[in-house]
Ligand binder design. Sequence first.
Ligand code: HEC
Length: 184
Amino acid sequence: MFTHKVARIASAFFLTLCVSQVLAAGPAKTPRLGKPISAEQAAKWNLNVFPDGTGLPAGSGSAVEGRVVYDQQCASCHGEGGRGGAAEELAGGSHALTGETPDKSIGIYWPYATTIFDFTRRAMPMDAPGSLSADQVYAVTAYLLFANEIIGEKDEMNAQTLPRVKMSNRDGFVWIDAKPASGK
Ligand code: HEC
């Protein structure tokens, strides 16, 4: 009982102290949290790659080099050749989108090849995201496209060629205009 009371008095005191410190600091336009970051630091988080290729970095790679990256850094979770691992299958898929249990795999479902680059660069390998160079990400992206029989083994992927890869489900999505109708 006594200790509770002491704790309450102590916390009330602490709160008063904090408030008076804020007041002493004068009116702040911002909540005064964190600190400004440099453009260089912000660039590390600015990773979006769009279907038209906007956001893709310099660099290149083909499935030949990508196979090496894949075997060393991806196969332990995703299985040999993108199949049969504990994590998501990255190649193949036998159930078409029109069936009752469609496979939402890269080859069958993903509409844009650039998404493979974006996802891999920001999130994979799952135990060390951000550790691959741009060349390695292009190469392993090429390898996954090759494993899905979309490009050839020696086709080089870079900022120009990757957005031009036509995925089989590219036109399978219905786009909606997210802007509210005027006046609503
Ligand atoms: C430690 C295990 C692990 C490693 C290593 C790993 N991944 Fe993954 N990966 C996962 C898991 C788990 C998921 C599912 C994550 C989710 O659904 O949010 C995933 C999802 C993905 C997806 C999305 C698949 C889909 O259909 O949604 C891609 C693409 C991918 N990984 C690529 C790679 C590549 C390329 C590498 C190697 C550079 C790699 N991963 C290494 C565990 C791993």
